[in-house]
Design a protein around this ligand. Sequence first.
Ligand SMILES: Nc1ncnc2c1ncn2[C@@H]1O[C@H](COP(=O)(O)OP(=O)(O)OP(=O)(O)O)[C@@H](O)[C@H]1O
Length: 842
Amino acid sequence: MTKKKTDNKTSEEKFISAGKVVTAIKSETFHFTVGLFCVIFGVYMLLAFSSFFFTGGNDQSILSHPNPGELLETGNRIQNYAGARGAQLSQFLINDCFGISAYLIIVFLIVTGMKLMKAYDFKLRKWFAGCSLLMIWLSIALGFMFEGTFQDSFLYPGGLHGYNISLWICSQIGASGLLLGLLITAILLGVFFSKSTIQMVRKLFHPSLPKRKKKMTDERTESVQSEASQAIKKERENKEESHTIQEETLPTTDDDKNKYTEPKNGNYTDSKPNEIELTVDEQPANHSHTEDNEEEENLMLMQMEQEDLQPNQQLEEPSFEIDDNHNEEDEEYHGEISQPYNPRLDLEHYQFPTLDLLNSYGDHEPTIDMEEQNANKDRIIKVLRSFGIEISSIKASVGPTITLYEITPAEGVRISKIRNLEDDIALSLSALGIRIIAPIPGKGTIGIEVPNANPRIVPMSSILASKKFQETTFDLPVALGKTITNEVFMVDLAKAPHMLVAGATGQGKSVGLNAIVTSLLYKKHPSELKFVIIDPKKVEFAIYAPIEKHFLAKLPDGEDAIITDVTKVVQTLNSLCVEMDTRYDLLRKAGCRNIKEYNAKFINRQLNPEKGHRFMPYIVIIIDEFGDLIMTAGKEVELPICRIAQLARAVGIHAIIATQRPTTNIITGTIKANFPARVAFRVASMMDSRTILDRPGAQQLIGKGDMLYLQGNDPVRVQCAFVDTPEVEKIANYISRQQGYPTAFMLPEYIDENAESSTVGDVDMNRLDPLFEEAARLIIYHQQGSTSLIQRKFSIGYNRAGRIMDQLERAGIVGPANGSKARDVLCIDENDLEMRMNNLKN
Ligand SMILES: Nc1ncnc2c1ncn2[C@@H]1O[C@H](COP(=O)(O)OP(=O)(O)OP(=O)(O)O)[C@@H](O)[C@H]1O
């Protein structure tokens, strides 16, 4: 028996260590190192080959008859710049094998290296086939052409391979046969590299053919396009349907959640509940569960990496519709109009963070300590019995930090009796963190949650690698952790739509916020999501500063993208309100109800960017220490927050506010009414718990990421995923090392109406946009005050162009907005502008 166990263990260990090796081989560092080696070796071969042309003659005599051990000596007479080995390599690959075409080996080596280093995305199989075929063809062709010079020179242009093969073919089908063969294979090679070769050959035979063919092809393309667009339409409808179904099945009440967690309904085998029936004397089968998880996580790692290699795969959507109301300026779109707009195009090589940036925190898989479980069971039975409550069965679900004992009372025992004894039972079980749920919603059973003796960390990596996270269709997927039944717990922030996070200091709030940001960073491209981070404590969120040009939004004159100053907070929140209003305006003009519909229309080029339309990224506002802000700025902060919380959902602006002071003067009624999703970490008192969740419970949590998530009726107990600051730093650095936008996402300028009025000429020269003067010249040159003109000519976003136009208005260069028409230009020429600029400067 023991031997069998040991055998099992060793095979399990072997399996795990094999998995680790596989993961290491798949790791990015490994790929990068091998890639770099390939490139460097390619350069070395290039040096050797090139030097071979000048030094090959001399080296050949030494290489063919070296004195014993000569090549190993430091003072050998080899002249090749790449030394004796370089000379040998060149002699072998060029003269003995493929001739000059051996250079293609170097090409393939460098291409492979670039691909492994993820510098370029080449299709290796095609490159391999192309390089090999071309090398063989060239070698034979050169061998045939230079057959006569073979004996007279040290260099065999086609190599021995080319010489011998061409000689053999000639002996079989003659020189003319070989020539024809080379011609045919050249054409086939041409077709392999580019399909247009077929057209060229056809043209050779029949010069008038191409036009007819083109017409036919056009017709076919048209029908294929219409078929494709119909298919896409259909797919979209299907997607919408499945989305609605998903929405319906998304757990909102515990009742729903129970349905959701039923293994027969759940597709997610990695989140199989870890339940044991304690009345039946059975051993837990967690061993295979662990293996399943391991295997699936490895699979997920592989999938993630494959996705990483093709980051823009899902963007290849072909259909578009043309808007009827294009104006004359639309001519500029002809180049790209056949393609849907691709919001990721600016940063098309962006690579999503990889899972190896996160720690795995050792053995985090749930294991069951039967001794502990039986002791708890006995204690529960004893305590309940002492209150005169008999039970018929107990079922335990072992979570990462908590075990839920689901008790079915014996016949005749009333649940209300247990509910009345709740406090006494808790006192008798007297462990910190006991929570009684009587009854478990939708069931006739009672739940007792008891902390595990050995709580396990839920690493963020395990959550992000889970199938549930990987396959999510949520717009803003936030992976919070694992439930008591070991399911990955995720919410869609786009539906939440605003979240309140509270908990006493040191209970896991910051880790929770980092988990939220991290899960979004792993799923969203910089073009699709921007964060506004407000951090009055000044230290917690500084780690996100490096991703400013990828993921952060800030005020036009804001120096730091992480906002720490209270006056800036007020300005930023008001600016977000302006952004929200602008977005609503755009949605109204586009006839869309929400950001999703709007962006879909924009991608299909149904909205004209020249009319101010633009792709809208989601904006997630994170406010840490909300209590401090309310204390210092009060209504000034609360009002814009409430406006955003009431209205911003449809336009893709979502707020997450966190506080360690869950008191009613901070979490006011209005805030509570507008933040339906609440996360409570451990709090000091029942009062605090009531303030956050409208019910007790959070005071009984055990800390360290143990939390209650409430959205709707009943809170769910979740162990928050753990992501440490160094891990977040690694992710931020990984992102920041990649190409970003020129600046952070610029929020609209907010002009405080209570501050000095902004009359004409009232422009702060220190805060002018750097493009102000150039934009002014452009407007004067065209005598057309059009924001889209500025936007187009300087390739800047609508927000910034709009801001420049406001500044131009205040400087008296253009008149006020004129509906959808261009503004009047009040400056006649450059001299006039010069005068105005001088006036402004003085
Ligand atoms: N999900 C978690 N899993 C395991 N340990 C955790 C988790 N969350 C927090 N901890 C532990 O608790 C400590 C404090 O967490 P954290 O810094 O998030 O608390 P906090 O509530 O933000 O505190 P403060 O309000 O003072 O910033 C962490 O350093 C970590 O050791």
